[in-house]
Ligand binder design. Structure first.
Ligand SMILES: Nc1ncnc2c1ncn2[C@@H]1O[C@H](COP(=O)(O)OP(=O)(O)OP(=O)(O)O)[C@@H](O)[C@H]1O
Length: 241
């Protein structure tokens, strides 16, 4: 589904941004429906950078990206919207997905609207609401009270906010989720609940996951295969089962 071929990435550094510090090179991977690829490696080896490249937030220096057999390395603007809907992201900072001045309902609908027709209605218009599924069933599925939709981000716990960030990611019906330390800031019991939820969702929706974590135990539990990045920016793959 989402395939990376021989990706390399470095960042421009130095006073005049004239030199490039390589982060990783020649990394290939393939995310497939219903399966999880774990990604591990020491701090600073480039896991989040790889996630950003896969999400097409920053361009690779070399290599190519493919989605459903179509090359997307150089697509931009509206021609990339289908990809933005199909590949979603969850990080360890769920508050960054929500505007502190918006209620959760407003934020969720706004996110959906931006991934649709950018010229369309505002997310609180009656037309927009009629055309989109109600949010309450999704929240109930995430074991969240629908009354949370009326709250602002600062009025929610870390676990509730992360579940709402997951709702936000699921609303456009994605096929791929990139999870960058998505449960690391949660306490152990909430982390376990969200990991089980992710596993259930994967089975129900045949989602492909890239699961990035420092916690090797958790990665082993979540993943079908693990890609291990080294501090020199190389990657090797291990099949777990
Ligand atoms: N925008 C940037 N400009 C320059 N260098 C950057 C930028 N973003 C990250 N880096 C550097 O690239 C390297 C890889 O960073 P990255 O965040 O991808 O690593 P990571 O493996 O995700 O680390 P961690 O596990 O600690 O989150 C680091 O040395 C970091 O300082």
């Amino acid at each position: 589904m989402l395939e990376a071929r021989a990706l390399s990435k470095g960042y421009a550094t130095g006073l005049w941004r004239s030199s490039v510090t390589p982060v990783f090179s020649d990394v290939s991977l393939h995310l497939v429906p219903g399966k999880t690829l774990g990604l591990v490696g020491p701090s600073g080896c480039g896991k989040s950078t790889l996630a950003r490249v896969l999400l097409r937030l920053i361009p690779p220096d070399q290599g190519s990206l493919w989605f459903d057999g179509r090359e997307i390395t150089h697509l931009s603007g509206k021609s990339l919207l289908f990809f933005r809907r199909r590949v979603q992201f969850l990080s360890q900072h769920p508050h960054t997905f929500f505007n502190p001045a918006y209620t959760m309902r407003h934020s969720l609908l706004e996110a959906l609207r931006l991934l649709g027709d950018m010229q369309g209605d505002t997310s609180d218009s009656p037309t927009f609401r009629r055309q989109n599924p109600p949010l309450e069933p999704l929240l109930e599925h995430m074991k969240l009270r629908p009354t949370l939709l009326a709250r602002y981000p600062h009025q929610l716990s870390g676990g509730e906010l992360q579940r709402l960030a997951l709702c936000r990611a699921l609303l456009p019906q994605p096929q791929v989720l990139i999870l960058d330390e998505a449960t690391s800031m949660l306490d152990v019991s909430v982390q376990a609940q969200i990991l089980h939820l992710l596993k259930d969702l994967q089975v129900q929706r045949q989602l492909a996951y890239l699961f990035i974590s420092h916690d090797h135990e958790v990665v082993r539990w979540m993943s079908d295969e693990v890609l291990s990045m080294s501090s020199t920016g190389n990657a090797s793959s291990v099949v777990l089962r």
